[in-house]
Design a protein around this ligand. Sequence first.
Ligand SMILES: [Zn+2]
Length: 52
Amino acid sequence: MTAWRLRCTVCGTEWVLKVSYNISDFRRIYHYCKVCKKNTYHEIIERVEDIN
Ligand SMILES: [Zn+2]
């Protein structure tokens, strides 16, 4: 597992997404935002850690 710090481009909230695949090739990702309560575009800020 890899963790990525994302930022919602609508509300600016930063949170960590854990996925089993590499998303570093994406400039932004469309994902559900708990604050906006809908799917929004997110910027990928950085890779946080590797979780095995
Ligand atoms: Zn949001």
